[in-house]
Write a protein that binds this ligand. Structure first.
Ligand code: SAM
Ligand code: F3S
Length: 456
């Protein structure tokens, strides 16, 4: 049989999953020379990397596998793999429902996919490995390639918070951090390949406690940010996702001390009701969350705050939901994510009585989303007339004669530039002229003109 040449990966879920897919593709390019295909029909190895935070994503995986089964009937040499959280949760059971699957790997075993592929090709026997070998993953993956001026850097894995609704601690394992020096080496390597903005990733990235070469106290996320800001070429740093109980003093102070830290923080609150937060096993109550935001705004005026929200959590009353809407108005959250509670078997909340009718949950979600959209639109409108520091990422999708980049608060800005693609990978100042529903339009202004300072 001919060796496989092309790889197709379908990813469902969060940035962590996107990152894991990219690293799996790197590993298979390195080990087997596999090139990425645009469509499953062109590929010899098909992987679906999945999220199981909500039930919908899980269902999508099995319908995808159904389509791929037909493909495999036509081309029996095709190898099919399932990775990520659904794989980790279901393990062997995936093959009961989808026997066409050859490889099942978890978020912590993706570096073993090349070896598993070899075994499948050699013995034509399925391989399942969803164990948690922890940090081994980072030691075994090739250095990530840089694809443009922005890059993700995974700094910690897993979650030990056990929110009562969430499956992540069971699928990704407990928190563990990558070594501080290792992460910084990766940042230096990326900067050397033209990366100007890094986003540190982790399910609970502010729980980062990275062992430091030569011993001593583990490094906090704030220390990592300060060190990365010193790396030549790195002009902007982001991190996601954070837990509100771990917004330590040094991390809050970093917004005052590190200008490279973007003026945007995604800090999921989930609900504005203390009663619901308690049922969710989310320790910081609403007052503490408010206090954290106030401290952040004191250190970095104008910082934009976004959040995740869950509506229709078991037992959420109308008053609880109103408290969430009130908090949204009070904080003025920027573009955020909101979800209807999805029952995940095996989590503590799955045993709570959940009698709110689905139509009511949907109505709450629609009301919350309208409220959030209003605040996001106001934030965008308030940016009109300001000058923003924009990292130029690519030609604009809609009009290739224009350039596209992001502001510190993570908004896409399109603008015309006579210098064209030469500016890709540079920070430029752009005056915002117009706020459209999903993006901004602006005009490039020379640095230092207009007496206006661009925001980080
Ligand atoms: N570490 C983050 C934090 O501090 O909360 C969250 C990571 S979680 C994978 C991403 C988001 O998915 C959560 O913030 C939550 O809003 C949502 N989520 C998790 N489990 C869910 C469930 N069972 N139903 C609905 N949404 C859920
Ligand atoms: Fe999930 Fe809560 Fe961790 S939402 S990822 S258990 S912080």
């Amino acid at each position: 049989m001919n060796p496989p040449r092309k790889l197709f990966i379908r990813t469902y879920g969060c940035q962590m999953n996107e990152y894991d897919s990219a690293r799996t593709a790197d590993a298979l390019a390195h080990s087997h020379g596999l090139e990425l295909a645009d469509r499953p029909e062109e590929a010899d190895v098909l992987l679906v990397n999945t999220c199981s935070v909500r039930e919908k994503a899980e269902e999508k995986v099995f319908s995808e596998l159904g389509r791929w089964r037909a493909l495999k009937r036509r081309r029996p040499g095709v190898v099919i793999g399932v990775g990520g959280c659904v794989a980790s949760q279901e393990g062997d059971a995936i093959r009961d429902r989808a026997p066409q699957v050859d490889i099942v790997y978890g978020p912590q075993t993706l570096h073993r996919v090349p070896g598993m592929l070899d075994d499948v090709l050699r013995a034509r026997r399925p391989r399942v490995d969803v164990s948690f070998p922890e940090i081994e993953k980072f030691d075994c993956l090739p250095a990530p390639g840089a694809n443009g001026p922005t890059a993700f850097v995974s700094v910690m894995e897993g979650c030990s918070k056990y929110c009562s609704f969430c499956i992540v601690p069971y699928t990704r394992g407990e928190e563990f951090s990558r070594g501080f020096d290792d992460v910084l080496d990766e940042v230096r390597g990326l900067a050397g390949r033209g990366v100007r903005e890094v986003t540190f990733l982790g399910q609970n990235v502010n729980a980062y406690r990275g062992p430091v070469a030569g011993g001593g106290r583990p490094a906090s996320l704030a220390r990592l940010i300060a060190a990365a800001a010193q790396v030549r070429g790195i002009g902007r740093i982001r991190y996601t996702t954070s837990h509100p109980s771990q917004m330590s003093r040094d991390l809050v102070d970093a917004y005052r001390d590190v200008p490279e830290l973007a003026s945007h923080l995604h800090l999921p609150v989930q609900s504005g009701s203390d009663r619901v937060l308690k049922l969710m096993n989310r320790p910081p109550r609403v007052d503490r969350y408010r206090d954290t935001i106030a401290r952040l705004r004191e250190r970095r005026p104008g910082i934009s705050i976004s959040s995740d929200f869950i509506v229709g959590f078991p037992g959420e009353t109308d008053a609880d939901f109103r408290a969430t809407l009130d908090l949204v108005d009070e904080i003025g959250f920027d573009t955020s994510f909101s979800f209807i509670y999805s029952r995940r078997p095996g989590t503590p909340a799955a045993d709570l009585p959940d009698d709110l009718p689905r139509v009511e949950k949907k109505a709450r979600l629609a009301e919350l989303q309208a409220r959030l959209a209003g605040h996001a639109a106001r934030t965008a409108a308030a940016m009109v007339g300001t000058v923003e520091s924009v990292l130029v990422e690519r030609p604009s999708k809609k009009d290739p004669a224009m350039l596209s980049g992001r502001t510190g608060n993570n908004r896409v800005v399109n603008f015309a530039s006579p210098a064209g693609a030469l500016l890709i990978g540079r920070f430029v100042n752009v005056r915002i002229d117009e706020a459209l529903p999903n993006s901004l339009r602006g005009t490039i202004v020379p640095k230092g003109l207009h007496g206006m300072a661009a925001r980080a």
